[in-house]
Design a protein around this ligand. Structure first.
Ligand code: 5AD
Ligand code: SF4
Length: 472
């Protein structure tokens, strides 16, 4: 899963980011305020939730004090994420003291994991809704309004919210996420997702294409197809019996317009296929960027993690990607200090990083999650200080690799999609190239605007940014 900007020790990526909703409808008395934590999938879910609530007569607000309903779309991936959210809930409980009619709801992965504990034992919230039960939110709110604690955490084998048209939250009007599947059937030993998000299911092919076309017609220039494991997307049309796999879906979306960029996330190294690589190569508007989480570079640890590949197999996959698309950027997720990891395992991880030359990585210390295979089978036996030390080494290496990769871009020209002003100066635009690298360049009095494509000549860089000039 990738992020707007490269982060280094990115514990925050999946746990602390939050946002209010952009003002949409202000007409209703009943207003909801939503904060989202966790992965892009969760942010995408919040857009579905916003749509369900607006259809049932709720307005939205960015100001928590204006809200009659506060929702937190939560993440359980690491303990730290849950701690942050609990702290936030305690703050909201204080607001509720002065406004007893205020309803507070927990949605998403923590709702699924903790179920009624948050309602009953801790009395922190009024409503608890798991990731497959968002359609029932309006009824649950009605129940909660009568003073009944409302909970629905049923997981589904079918729910994909295919027919719901997401309300774009905090949208820049240029890039959008499109969910193509839900849940996960991989049983990585460290991961809570299969328990919180349930079985994998793919979304109706035509509804994905309709959503992407609609976005393009509304002026969006980039879609990111989202799923926990996009490469196992598989949809059989019930009428024609025609089957669509991920490579075919990518091609269909790329075909909408050469002006619409297509990205996707996340790929499991075991599932990304040659035909996906060939499709990427064939279409210029499919971005040359793959997020290919390694997790560990040690075959022994990978086996304990149940990742189903070896270090050699992973390295061969990276080699193949670079053979097919030499310009393709690759990023990774890495966990430091998984159960029984020793110094040699850690050195193996550093070694695979060096070999893979990642453009970015998201790096974490292992955090045991209740109910996972690792929690049941293994001891979380790497001391905290050692996890910390290994993480620091991993981060230092990634910083070096990112800078080296950016230096190789000096003197190159890239097509950049302008997303907005650069953070540091409104005299500069910020955009991304196909490789997902942030590119900053002077506006130079041109009439360009966000959403335009422009060719930029790179003359300088930092570890996280390419700096260039517009090519006239
Ligand atoms: N501890 C630390 N990191 C984890 N991740 C998933 N579960 C855990 C855990 N228990 C990381 C993995 C995954 C990313 C989304 O979060 O690297 O790819
Ligand atoms: Fe967090 Fe995973 Fe749930 Fe996303 S799917 S919100 S990363 S636990």
């Amino acid at each position: 899963m990738f992020e707007i900007e490269q982060k280094v020790i990115d514990e925050s990526r999946q746990g602390e980011a939050y946002q209010g909703i952009e003002e949409a409808s202000q007409s209703s008395d009943k207003r909801f305020y939503i904060e989202s934590y966790g992965c892009q999938m969760n942010f995408s879910d919040s857009e579905i939730i916003a749509s369900i609530l607006q259809t049932s007569g709720f307005g939205s607000t960015k100001d928590v004090d204006q809200a009659s309903l506060i929702l937190l779309n939560t993440c359980s991936i690491r303990e730290k994420a849950e701690q942050t959210i609990r702290k936030r809930l305690t703050e909201f409980k204080k607001i509720k003291k002065n406004n007893p009619a205020l309803l507070i709801g927990v949605l998403g992965c923590m709702a699924e994991r903790l179920k009624s504990k948050l309602l009953e034992e801790e009395k922190l919230v009024d409503i608890v809704v798991g990731p497959d039960a968002y359609r029932t939110l309006p009824q649950l709110i009605e129940e909660a309004e009568t003073g009944t604690k409302a909970v629905n955490v049923l997981l589904s084998r079918e729910e994909t919210y295919a027919d719901i048209s997401p309300v774009r939250i905090n949208s820049n009007g240029i890039t959008a996420f499109v969910s193509i599947m839900r849940g996960c059937n991989n049983m990585c030993a460290f991961c809570v997702v299969p328990f919180t998000r349930g079985r994998e299911r793919s979304r109706d092919n035509s509804s994905i294409l309709d959503e992407c076309r609609d976005l393009y017609e509304r002026g969006f220039k980039e879609v990111t197809l989202l799923g926990q494991n996009v490469d196992s997307y598989y949809w059989v049309d019930p009428i024609t019996n025609h089957a669509v796999d991920f490579a075919m879906l990518l091609e269909q979306v790329a075909y909408i317009s050469p002006q619409l960029r297509v990205r996707f996330s996340t790929s499991h190294p075991k599932d990304i296929t040659e035909s996906v690589l060939q499709t990427m190569k064939k279409y210029e508007n499919i971005c040359k960027y793959i997020h290919l989480p390694l997790q560990s570079g040690s075959t022994r640890i990978l086996q304990l993690m149940n990742r189903t590949y070896t270090r050699e197999w992973y390295l061969a996959k990276v080699k193949r990607i670079r053979e097919v698309m030499p310009e393709c950027a690759i990023s990774s997720d890495i966990i430091a200090g998984f159960c029984t990891e020793d110094d040699n395992d850690h050195l193996d991880t550093l070694d695979v990083m060096r070999n893979s030359k990642y453009e970015y990585s998201y790096m974490f210390m292992y955090s045991e999650r209740p109910g996972t295979l690792a929690a049941k089978r293994y001891q979380d036996d790497v001391p905290m200080e050692l996890k910390q030390k290994r993480l620091e080494e991993i981060v230092a290496l990634q910083n070096h690799l990112s800078l080296e990769s950016n230096k190789l871009d000096l003197g190159k020209k890239f097509e950049v999609l302008i997303e907005g002003n650069s953070k540091k100066s409104n005299q500069h635009w910020m955009g991304r190239n196909s490789q997902n690298k942030v590119v900053v360049f002077e506006k130079n009095g041109t009439t360009l605007k966000p959403g335009d494509y422009v060719t930029v000549d790179v003359y300088d860089c930092t570890q996280g940014t390419l700096i260039g000039n517009i090519v006239s």
